[in-house]
Each structure stands twice: as structure tokens, then as C-alpha cells.
Design a binder for this molecule. Structure first.
Ligand SMILES: [Zn+2]
Length: 487
């Protein structure tokens, strides 16, 4: 049979154990579950989306045919966990990770920080030269190809990227995401102030290249998975005029906005000097039209109570970037306190390359650790984030930050099927897990006398083992909008 003779699959039913975190702190486990996804391009409203979820299912094919009697068997693909290892729970489906803050252009610098770097000197020494170099398009192609494939391999199905000020290189990034099948918001960086002479735009150039970039994505690329995002680098890099102009563009076209906020004390003091007319750093973005329910604020570590209230009022989201905040000694963002204060739109960002890893799972572990340090320092156990809460930030929290909680972040009917298959015993896995530690699908315990005193793991232990011990070698497959993008 040739490729063209292959029967087109218009429906996929995924079958196995589904794990997700629909609420902050919750862990939902659905075993023997069939999740049906429409892959019929002639039905764009349903394409790539979950059509049914049936728990305690014994026959996924039968369930699929019952769901839609017009489907024929040869058009249906059944995807079962790659292995079940003698009926033990080692594999499961988990929602794709959402990276709410990553600089694609800085990927070559991952792991290069300098011993004493803090934000402002790190930008000048490492970051601006690297970003400027990507106006050489062959470099941009290589870097963007690598960062997209690497993040997908780590289970990131949606990412919110900064590129550089270069329009053509930013277009390459958009095409690269399409080629690899990743869902992405892509921001051409805007900066017309306080930047090196080799890496700066005029206000006019910045606005016109942003307009052209948005037009390119909306009218030329025309790929539903890709959105442009308005990206003023941070307040010190932007004139009042630039912020107002791009804020208006975002408003007119209902575009998301991303920027940095309150990362480091020198930066905060600098913003105070540059914008004396504003009450706070957050107020700069508010005054110049950049703060609304589609705004993503990276870091937001050292906020005052007034700034928290303003962010709540405007319903903006926060990208927590714990690896970066530790690496540049920026600070410890009090995420749990923010929740208590009523900010619910909080996700995770790798902040490559101030963050040394492009893995959201690594960021989730760092969020766990930073919260523990806060608990120690403040002698307050309430500051701690649990494993489940960190996994929520990595998925549903990120979806809320992007205002996409009805589309992605968990497994629900009507949502896109963005998913990673986790296998704790994949051939290259470095997790050592013994057969008597793993619960069986039926819940039975091994019948060995010496093991009677041992508590068999429950599924929460399996998730915990994954959370702390796993890496991309345990991400065996990834789907975005029903398409297999890592196999
Ligand atoms: Zn950043």
C-alpha cells in the first residue's frame, strides 16, 4: 500500500489512564478512560478537539462507534498507552505543559549566566549581543528550530515566546512553530529606549515592524495555532509614546501583551527614576495602556499591596519564572501568598535563558523549592506549594494566564487535545522504580510475606515520582490539537 492509499483516520480515541489538575491543588485520575478526538478537517469547529470522555470503559472502539454511528471502523485510530508493564500503572496521559514566558532567541545562552550576573548587567553582557546576532537569518533558523523541537520534546505544547526586534527573524520563528506543530504566541520585541546602539529601534520602526508582523501572522501564515503577541521588552526599554501606540494596537486587534515586571530592585529603582509620574512599576504599564486581562507579566516578584490590587483589578496574568529568579538572584516570588491575595491567573515560565532549562517540569520543581525556601524564611508553612499545585501552574494555571482555559490545560469535552504521554519506564528512563512499588491497575498488592509491612504506592506516589525524578526521556509522545508532534 502506498502512502496515498492509506485510509485517512478522521477520528482518534485515546485509551488509558488520564491525569490532570482541573483545580488548584487537585489531582484528577481517570483510569480505563476513552477520550475521543475529531480529526476530520471538514469539521473545523470540532477538529483536534475532545468529543467525548468515557470512564471505566472496556472497549474504546465500541464506545467510539456508539458516539457516532456514521463513523466506520477503518477511519478510527485507537491509541493505547505504549505499555502497561504487566498491568502496573507506569504510563499515563497528562495535559501538555504551557510555558508562559520564554525567550526563543536566548536559547543558545542556556546555562551561561556568569557568576555574579544580575538582571541589568546580564542583559548587556550576554543577552543583547545574542539577540542582535539573530538578524543573521541562518542563525535564527538554527536557534528557533532547536528551541521549538526541544521544548516539544519536554512536553511543552503551548509556549509564549519573545523573539528579537528583527522582523524577518521573527517570521522565521512563526514558520518554525508551524512546521513543528507547536501552539504558540510569538512576540517580536519592541524597544526604542535605553538599549545598546547596535540593538535598538526608533519608535516608528518598532510600531511599523510590529504591524507588519501581526499582519503576516494573521493574513499570510493563517495558522490557527499561532497568534502574535504585543511585546514591549520592559518599561526601561520603551518610550511612553511606543507603549501607548502598541497598547492601542493590542486593544484594536484584541491581542495579548507580554512584558517583564518587578524582577530586581535595581530595575525597580530605575523605573522609578524614568517614570516619576507613575505610582509604581505596575502603574507604568497601566498608565500607558498595556495592562488588561490579556497581559502576561513575567516575574512580578517584589510587588506592593497596591500593585497586587491593580493587577487583580485589571485581571492580568503572572508568569512565575523560579529558575530564572534564583539564577539571577532576583528574588523569591510568593506565589501562594498571591493566590491568597486573590490573583488566580498564575502560570510557569522557563524564562530561557535567565532560566537555564527549557523544561517546564524543571520550572515546576523549582517553584516547589522556592516556595519551601519562603516557608523556611518566613516560618510560615502556608507559603509551600504542593506537587499538585505546581502541576496545576504548569498546565491549567498557564492556560488561565493566556486566557485560554476553555481551550487547553486539562482534559475536558470541547478542549483541544494537547497531551503528553508519560512513561516512567521508557527505554531511556533514569527513574528507578521497582515492580512492588507500583500499584496495579486493579489495586491488588503483591503476595510476598516480607512486603506485608510495605505500603504499596498509590497513584499520587507515582505522580510524585514522575514530578521529581523525570525528564524529557519520560515524555514518550506528544500531541498538539490531536496531531502527534513527538513520536
Ligand atoms: Zn524574560
Amino acid at each position: 500500500m502506498t502512502f496515498s492509499d492509506e485510509v485517512k483516520k478522521t477520528f482518534i480515541t485515546f485509551y488509558g489512564t488520564f491525569v490532570d489538575t482541573p483545580e488548584f491543588g487537585s489531582l484528577r485520575i481517570r483510569k480505563d478512560t476513552a477520550v475521543g478526538v475529531c480529526m476530520d478537517v471538514s469539521i473545523p469547529d470540532k477538529f483536534g478537539k475532545i468529543q467525548f470522555i468515557v470512564e471505566d470503559c472496556k472497549d474504546p472502539l465500541k464506545i467510539t462507534l456508539q458516539y457516532d454511528s456514521s463513523l466506520i471502523e477503518e477511519n478510527i485510530q485507537i491509541v493505547v498507552h505504549s505499555t502497561n508493564y504487566d498491568n502496573h500503572i507506569n504510563t499515563f496521559f497528562f495535559p501538555g505543559f504551557i510555558d508562559t514566558h520564554i525567550h526563543a532567541s536566548q536559547y543558545p545562552n542556556c546555562g551561561i549566566l556568569g557568576n555574579d550576573s544580575t538582571l541589568l548587567d546580564w542583559l548587556n553582557k550576554y543577552t543583547f549581543p545574542t539577540e542582535a546576532a539573530l538578524s543573521h537569518l541562518p542563525y535564527a533558523e538554527k536557534v528557533y528550530d532547536k528551541v521549538v523541537s526541544r521544548t516539544l520534546a519536554n512536553g511543552t505544547t503551548t509556549a509564549t515566546y519573545f523573539t528579537t526586534i528583527d522582523l524577518e527573524a521573527s517570521k522565521i520563528m512563526a514558520k518554525t512553530c508551524v512546521m513543528h506543530g507547536q501552539r504558540a504566541l510569538i512576540g517580536k520585541v519592541c524597544m526604542d529606549s535605553n538599549s545598546p546602539d547596535y540593538y535598538i529601534e526608533t519608535c516608528k520602526e518598532s510600531v511599523s515592524s510590529l504591524v507588519e508582523f501581526v499582519d503576516y501572522i494573521e493574513n499570510e501564515l493563517c495558522e490557527p495555532l499561532i497568534q502574535p503577541i504585543v511585546t514591549p521588552r520592559f518599561a526601561p526599554s520603551c518610550s511612553r509614546n511606543l507603549m501607548e501606540k502598541i497598547g492601542n494596537l493590542a486593544k484594536d486587534k484584541s491581542l495579548h501583551i507580554q512584558t517583564h515586571l518587578s524582577e530586581n530592585f535595581n530595575e525597580i529603582n530605575w523605573v522609578k527614576e524614568l517614570f516619576p509620574e507613575c505610582e509604581s512599576y505596575t502603574d507604568v504599564y497601566n498608565k500607558y495602556g498595556l495592562l488588561n486581562h490579556r497581559t502576561i507579566l513575567a516575574h512580578s516578584i517584589h510587588l506592593t499591596a497596591e500593585e497586587i490590587d491593580l493587577i487583580k483589578l485589571k485581571q492580568s496574568g503572572i508568569a512565575h519564572c523560579p529558575i530564572s529568579n534564583t539564577s539571577l538572584t532576583s528574588g523569591e516570588c510568593p506565589i501562594k501568598q498571591m493566590y491568597t491575595d486573590g490573583i488566580e491567573k498564575i502560570g510557569l515560565g522557563t524564562d530561557v535563558s535567565a532560566g537555564y532549562s527549557c523544561s517546564i517540569l524543571e520550572s515546576a520543581k523549582a517553584a516547589f523549592s522556592v516556595s519551601r525556601h519562603l516557608a523556611i524564611k518566613k516560618e510560615n508553612q502556608d507559603a509551600k506549594l504542593s506537587v499538585n499545585e505546581c502541576l496545576y501552574l504548569a498546565t491549567m494555571g498557564g492556560a488561565k494566564v493566556l486566557d485560554m482555559e476553555k481551550q487547553i490545560g486539562s482534559f475536558e469535552i470541547g478542549k483541544s487535545f494537547d497531551c503528553q504521554e508519560i512513561d516512567l519506564r521508557s527505554p531511556t528512563s533514569t527513574i528507578d522504580i521497582f515492580e512492588w512499588q507500583v500499584p496495579t491497575l486493579s489495586g491488588t498488592k503483591p503476595k510476598i510475606t516480607q512486603l506485608n509491612k510495605l505500603e504499596a504506592f498509590d497513584i499520587n506516589d507515582v505522580i510524585s515520582k514522575w514530578f521529581f525524578n523525570a525528564d524529557d526521556r519520560n515524555v514518550v509522545k506528544v500531541w498538539v490539537n490531536g496531531h502527534n508532534v513527538k513520536n
